[in-house]
Write a protein that binds this ligand. Structure first.
Ligand code: ZN
Length: 125
């Protein structure tokens, strides 16, 4: 096997593993997150007021489009399963946008490190 071919096989194996990780995470969200009538996971959206105040594409993803959990138990179960799959430890919190129908999101526990393959642009804080 040539060096180039070995590199290509390694890259393909990494892609396959990344896709498998994503599929396993999607399965967890499928089990615990709020879904619409078509079974698609519902994400939190900026309120009308937020959309007036900021350009929609400038609202950071961290507070913009998080997956919604209806109960603390669902959020905790998802957190545990996602962590078992290599995601950072997370904890549930009640979203400030959930006024009439309470909902929760997961946020990274402070100082936690991921065991998932690191992103290229790891945020420094
Ligand atoms: Zn929310």
């Amino acid at each position: 096997m040539t060096r180039r071919r070995r590199a290509r096989e390694r890259a393909r194996a990494t892609m396959v593993e990344l896709e498998a990780q994503k599929r396993r995470r999607d399965e967890v969200l499928d089990r615990y997150a709020r879904k619409d009538d078509d079974g698609l996971v519902i994400r939190c959206r900026p309120t009308f007021e937020e959309r007036q105040r900021y350009r929609v594409d400038s609202i950071p993803t961290a507070s913009g489009y998080k997956v919604i959990y209806d109960s603390h138990d669902d959020a905790l179960a998802a957190s545990a399963e996602l962590h078992a799959l290599g995601s950072r430890p997370t904890e549930p919190y009640v979203c400030h946008r959930s006024t009439n129908r309470r909902h929760l999101h997961l946020r990274t526990t402070h100082g936690a490190k991921s065991t998932v393959i690191p992103r290229i642009h790891e945020r420094q804080s």
